[in-house]
Design a protein. Structure first.
Length: 213
Protein backbone atom coordinates (compact mmCIF):
# COMPACT_ATOMS: atom_id res chain seq x y z
CA UNK A 1 0.00 0.00 0.00
CA UNK A 2 1.61 3.30 -1.09
CA UNK A 3 1.34 6.72 0.53
CA UNK A 4 -1.09 7.98 -2.12
CA UNK A 5 -3.55 5.25 -1.15
CA UNK A 6 -2.96 5.55 2.60
CA UNK A 7 -3.70 9.27 2.94
CA UNK A 8 -7.28 9.17 1.55
CA UNK A 9 -8.07 6.06 3.62
CA UNK A 10 -7.02 7.78 6.84
CA UNK A 11 -8.96 10.91 5.85
CA UNK A 12 -12.14 8.89 5.20
CA UNK A 13 -11.86 7.03 8.53
CA UNK A 14 -11.43 10.25 10.54
CA UNK A 15 -14.32 11.92 8.68
CA UNK A 16 -16.65 8.99 9.39
CA UNK A 17 -15.71 9.02 13.08
CA UNK A 18 -16.41 12.73 13.35
CA UNK A 19 -19.83 12.28 11.75
CA UNK A 20 -20.67 9.39 14.09
CA UNK A 21 -19.54 11.38 17.11
CA UNK A 22 -21.71 14.33 16.10
CA UNK A 23 -24.72 12.02 15.79
CA UNK A 24 -24.17 10.58 19.26
CA UNK A 25 -24.29 14.05 20.79
CA UNK A 26 -28.07 13.85 20.56
CA UNK A 27 -28.60 10.24 21.63
CA UNK A 28 -26.91 9.92 24.99
CA UNK A 29 -28.97 8.96 28.03
CA UNK A 30 -28.00 9.02 31.68
CA UNK A 31 -30.03 7.29 34.37
CA UNK A 32 -29.33 7.43 38.11
CA UNK A 33 -31.15 5.88 41.06
CA UNK A 34 -31.11 7.32 44.56
CA UNK A 35 -31.79 5.64 47.89
CA UNK A 36 -35.15 6.50 49.42
CA UNK A 37 -36.02 7.36 53.02
CA UNK A 38 -32.63 9.04 53.27
CA UNK A 39 -33.62 12.60 54.16
CA UNK A 40 -31.13 14.39 56.41
CA UNK A 41 -31.88 17.17 58.89
CA UNK A 42 -29.26 19.90 58.80
CA UNK A 43 -29.05 22.83 61.21
CA UNK A 44 -26.43 25.52 60.60
CA UNK A 45 -24.50 23.16 58.34
CA UNK A 46 -24.42 20.30 60.86
CA UNK A 47 -26.33 17.05 60.27
CA UNK A 48 -28.44 16.36 63.37
CA UNK A 49 -30.42 13.39 61.95
CA UNK A 50 -30.16 11.08 58.94
CA UNK A 51 -32.15 8.41 57.08
CA UNK A 52 -35.43 10.13 57.83
CA UNK A 53 -38.74 9.11 56.25
CA UNK A 54 -40.27 12.55 56.70
CA UNK A 55 -40.93 14.93 53.78
CA UNK A 56 -41.15 12.32 50.97
CA UNK A 57 -41.91 15.18 48.54
CA UNK A 58 -38.18 16.04 48.59
CA UNK A 59 -36.96 12.42 48.71
CA UNK A 60 -35.26 11.80 45.33
CA UNK A 61 -35.97 8.44 43.68
CA UNK A 62 -34.28 8.77 40.29
CA UNK A 63 -32.79 11.15 37.72
CA UNK A 64 -32.73 10.74 33.95
CA UNK A 65 -31.09 12.94 31.33
CA UNK A 66 -31.50 13.01 27.56
CA UNK A 67 -30.87 15.67 24.91
CA UNK A 68 -34.00 17.64 25.87
CA UNK A 69 -34.70 17.26 29.58
CA UNK A 70 -33.41 16.27 32.97
CA UNK A 71 -36.27 14.53 34.75
CA UNK A 72 -36.19 14.00 38.50
CA UNK A 73 -38.71 11.74 40.23
CA UNK A 74 -39.55 11.95 43.94
CA UNK A 75 -41.10 9.55 46.44
CA UNK A 76 -44.15 11.81 46.73
CA UNK A 77 -45.52 14.70 44.68
CA UNK A 78 -43.22 17.76 44.86
CA UNK A 79 -44.82 20.66 46.65
CA UNK A 80 -44.42 24.15 45.18
CA UNK A 81 -43.96 26.36 48.23
CA UNK A 82 -41.84 29.25 49.43
CA UNK A 83 -40.07 26.88 51.85
CA UNK A 84 -39.43 24.09 49.32
CA UNK A 85 -36.47 24.26 46.96
CA UNK A 86 -35.83 21.93 44.01
CA UNK A 87 -32.53 23.01 42.46
CA UNK A 88 -30.72 21.25 39.64
CA UNK A 89 -27.42 22.04 37.89
CA UNK A 90 -25.18 20.25 35.40
CA UNK A 91 -21.69 21.53 34.58
CA UNK A 92 -20.53 20.94 31.01
CA UNK A 93 -17.05 20.86 29.48
CA UNK A 94 -14.51 23.55 30.29
CA UNK A 95 -14.72 25.86 33.28
CA UNK A 96 -17.60 24.51 35.31
CA UNK A 97 -18.42 27.97 36.61
CA UNK A 98 -19.38 29.27 33.17
CA UNK A 99 -20.60 26.24 31.18
CA UNK A 100 -23.77 24.95 32.78
CA UNK A 101 -27.48 24.21 32.58
CA UNK A 102 -29.56 24.70 35.70
CA UNK A 103 -33.14 24.87 36.92
CA UNK A 104 -34.83 26.19 40.05
CA UNK A 105 -38.36 25.21 41.08
CA UNK A 106 -39.54 27.23 44.05
CA UNK A 107 -42.60 29.39 44.63
CA UNK A 108 -41.79 32.74 43.08
CA UNK A 109 -38.62 31.45 41.41
CA UNK A 110 -39.20 29.00 38.54
CA UNK A 111 -36.39 29.48 36.04
CA UNK A 112 -34.11 27.51 33.69
CA UNK A 113 -30.81 28.60 32.15
CA UNK A 114 -28.05 27.36 29.85
CA UNK A 115 -24.83 29.35 29.65
CA UNK A 116 -21.87 28.39 27.45
CA UNK A 117 -18.63 30.24 26.77
CA UNK A 118 -15.73 29.60 24.42
CA UNK A 119 -12.06 29.13 25.31
CA UNK A 120 -11.45 32.90 25.39
CA UNK A 121 -14.40 33.62 27.67
CA UNK A 122 -16.73 34.87 24.94
CA UNK A 123 -20.38 33.99 25.45
CA UNK A 124 -21.68 31.40 22.99
CA UNK A 125 -25.17 31.42 24.43
CA UNK A 126 -26.88 32.52 27.62
CA UNK A 127 -30.54 31.50 27.57
CA UNK A 128 -32.64 32.11 30.68
CA UNK A 129 -36.40 31.49 30.68
CA UNK A 130 -38.94 31.90 33.49
CA UNK A 131 -41.78 29.48 34.24
CA UNK A 132 -40.21 26.85 31.99
CA UNK A 133 -40.15 23.85 34.38
CA UNK A 134 -43.03 21.39 34.41
CA UNK A 135 -44.22 18.91 37.04
CA UNK A 136 -46.18 15.80 36.05
CA UNK A 137 -47.10 13.37 38.81
CA UNK A 138 -44.07 12.94 41.05
CA UNK A 139 -41.62 14.10 38.38
CA UNK A 140 -40.10 17.52 37.65
CA UNK A 141 -38.93 18.19 34.07
CA UNK A 142 -35.96 20.56 33.73
CA UNK A 143 -35.36 21.61 30.08
CA UNK A 144 -31.90 21.59 28.51
CA UNK A 145 -31.69 24.64 26.25
CA UNK A 146 -29.27 24.88 23.31
CA UNK A 147 -28.21 21.22 23.60
CA UNK A 148 -26.86 21.32 20.03
CA UNK A 149 -24.26 23.91 21.13
CA UNK A 150 -22.92 21.86 24.02
CA UNK A 151 -19.58 20.63 22.72
CA UNK A 152 -19.61 17.23 24.43
CA UNK A 153 -21.59 14.05 23.94
CA UNK A 154 -23.72 15.17 26.88
CA UNK A 155 -21.35 13.59 29.40
CA UNK A 156 -21.53 16.08 32.27
CA UNK A 157 -18.51 16.98 34.36
CA UNK A 158 -20.66 17.24 37.46
CA UNK A 159 -24.41 17.16 38.08
CA UNK A 160 -26.25 17.94 41.32
CA UNK A 161 -29.91 17.66 42.27
CA UNK A 162 -30.55 19.36 45.61
CA UNK A 163 -34.04 19.18 47.16
CA UNK A 164 -34.64 21.02 50.43
CA UNK A 165 -37.44 21.99 52.76
CA UNK A 166 -36.96 24.79 55.25
CA UNK A 167 -37.68 23.37 58.70
CA UNK A 168 -37.45 26.56 60.75
CA UNK A 169 -35.75 29.94 61.02
CA UNK A 170 -32.16 30.32 59.89
CA UNK A 171 -30.27 27.41 58.34
CA UNK A 172 -32.67 24.68 59.48
CA UNK A 173 -33.23 22.36 56.52
CA UNK A 174 -34.47 18.89 55.59
CA UNK A 175 -32.53 17.81 52.53
CA UNK A 176 -31.83 15.14 49.91
CA UNK A 177 -28.98 15.43 47.39
CA UNK A 178 -28.14 13.29 44.36
CA UNK A 179 -24.79 14.00 42.69
CA UNK A 180 -23.08 12.57 39.62
CA UNK A 181 -19.38 13.19 39.05
CA UNK A 182 -17.14 11.95 36.24
CA UNK A 183 -14.57 10.93 38.87
CA UNK A 184 -16.92 8.13 39.93
CA UNK A 185 -18.91 7.39 36.77
CA UNK A 186 -19.71 8.51 33.24
CA UNK A 187 -22.75 8.76 31.03
CA UNK A 188 -23.18 6.33 28.18
CA UNK A 189 -21.66 7.74 25.01
CA UNK A 190 -19.44 7.22 22.03
CA UNK A 191 -15.73 7.65 22.82
CA UNK A 192 -14.06 9.12 19.77
CA UNK A 193 -10.48 8.71 21.07
CA UNK A 194 -10.87 5.00 21.78
CA UNK A 195 -12.40 4.43 18.33
CA UNK A 196 -9.59 6.26 16.55
CA UNK A 197 -6.95 4.26 18.42
CA UNK A 198 -8.72 0.99 17.67
CA UNK A 199 -9.14 1.68 13.96
CA UNK A 200 -5.60 3.03 13.69
CA UNK A 201 -4.33 -0.24 15.15
CA UNK A 202 -6.32 -2.24 12.61
CA UNK A 203 -5.05 -0.02 9.82
CA UNK A 204 -1.42 -0.51 10.84
CA UNK A 205 -1.93 -4.26 10.97
CA UNK A 206 -3.31 -4.20 7.41
CA UNK A 207 -0.34 -2.13 6.18
CA UNK A 208 2.14 -4.54 7.77
CA UNK A 209 0.44 -7.54 6.21
CA UNK A 210 0.57 -5.85 2.81
CA UNK A 211 4.31 -5.21 3.20
CA UNK A 212 4.96 -8.85 4.07
CA UNK A 213 3.34 -9.89 0.81
Amino acid sequence: MNKKTLVPIITIIISVLLIINTTFVFSVDLSLVDETNDIVHVVDGVTVAANLTSYPEIDIVSLEMNESFVTVTFLDTPFLHIDNFYDFIVYWNGDQNVNFTDGHWNQGNIISQTKLVNSTGGIIVNTKINDSIEMIGNTIYYPIYNASLIVTDLDPINMIMDARQRGGPGADLYRDVLEFNTNTGTANGFTLTISIIGLATILLAVIKSKKKR
